[in-house]
Design a binder for this molecule. Structure first.
Ligand code: HEM
Length: 348
């Protein structure tokens, strides 16, 4: 990168041959001026140089100006569109109003004593926050709203992403779907029965299926950390304090050394005997360590309840396939187009 070194290379025709890096465009551009060298290049350069003579360039100014005018008109239209900041402010206001309404409603019930607040009894999240505010005063109204927004986002977008992918996977694996339905019959007896907590806990096969869905389609596909102190990785990279680390859960889950044939959907990867052999950090859809997902058990129960409801009423048939969808890296894993699945009414 030094100017002194560049001055050694660029003026000297001994070093004028382009490197192997240009081979990539060779089939496209052949031995044109950019890629050629030696006398071939020299002849071409001599032919073409007059085309960039001052007198020729003058004639181009009109074209430059006409095209610039077109560009400016396009830019004017863009500038007239409301800038993203205002759009974001409007949407955030909508979201905050939504959560504020929920909090206000709950607060009213709370003051009327509808929520029992005995010391020992565990409270759901919002009641807990309201109780702590009232009894200990360590969180204010804004703090409560922040947490309700956080959980609304973390709890909703992650689970809805997982539901979408789970339905597509089940539609594409009819035998897996039928095995889940059989397990539901075994556990629930009458499959129209709504599952209770213990039923959901017993749906072990369904759990392995959900785990494999979250391996292939981890709703939170990457997380990021700022390194708190210097460190050397196990492969010998030296990293400085303050380095931004991107921890790629998605790629970890597709490591063929850990998961042979990583693209293959195989719930048996999560049979206890197969999990035992795996590194505890080889499967981390909910992250791991002290800042792991606080809602992971909630999420698993919710996913099971949703699948029970859907599978007891519908047989899923494929429209989209794992090959037809295009992934999009949003904060949460998404697809470019909505995933399509066919729902056929099912008689249990
Ligand atoms: C399939 C569903 C879900 C997945 C895959 C998932 C995944 C994750 C991951 C990977 C993290 C770590 C984020 C990071 O390090 O930046 C996380 C954190 C978190 N999750 Fe979830 N999550 C799910 C469902 C839920 C649900 C249902 C809730 C709440 C009801 C929830 C609430 C949270 C919260 C509050 C955190 C931050 C925890 C902290 O930093 O102490 N998540 N989740």
């Amino acid at each position: 990168m030094s100017p002194e070194d560049l001055a050694l290379i660029l003026p000297d025709m001994k070093h004028s041959k382009k490197s192997i890096a240009y081979d990539l465009i060779h089939r496209w551009l052949g031995s044109g001026l950019l890629t050629s060298y030696g006398t071939h290049w020299q002849v071409r350069r001599k032919i073409l140089t007059p085309a960039f003579h001052f007198s020729i360039l003058q004639d181009f100014i009109l074209t430059f100006n006409e095209s610039t005018e077109e560009l400016v008109e396009l830019l004017k239209k863009e500038v007239e569109k409301p800038p993203k900041f205002y759009e974001e402010r409007k949407l955030i206001k909508l979201l905050h109003n939504f959560t504020n309404d929920i909090i206000a409603k709950r607060r009213k019930d709370f003051h009327q004593g509808i929520v029992a607040s005995q010391k020992k009894k565990r409270l759901a999240m919002l009641d807990l926050l309201l109780t702590v505010q009232k009894e200990e005063g360590i969180i204010d109204d804004e703090g409560i709203r922040e947490e309700v927004d956080t959980f609304m986002f973390e709890g909703h977008d992650t689970v809805s992403s997982a539901i979408n992918f789970a339905l597509m996977v089940l539609a594409n694996h009819p035998t897996v779907q039928e095995e889940i339905v059989q397990e539901m019959k075994d556990v629930l007896g009458d499959t129209k029965k709504k599952p209770v907590y213990n039923d959901l806990q017993e749906l072990k096969y369904m759990e392995r299926v959900i785990k494999e869905v979250l391996r292939l389609y981890p709703s939170v596909h990457y997380i990021s950390r700022e390194l708190g102190e210097d460190m050397v990785t196990t492969t010998g990279y030296k990293l400085r304090k303050g380095t931004i680390l991107q921890l790629h859960i998605y790629d970890l889950h597709y490591n063929p050394v850990i998961y042979p044939e990583p693209e293959k959907f195989d719930p048996d990867r999560f049979l206890p005997e197969n999990c035992d052999k795996r590194h505890p950090y080889a499967y981390i859809p909910f992250s791991a360590g002290p800042r792991n997902c606080i809602g992971q058990r909630f999420a698993m129960l919710e996913l099971k309840a949703v699948l029970c409801g859907i599978l007891s009423n519908f047989t899923l048939q494929p429209v989209d396939t794992p090959e037809s969808i295009v992934m999009v890296e949003d904060i949460v894993l998404r697809t470019k187009e909505n995933i399509k699945v066919k729902f056929v009414p099912r008689e249990m």
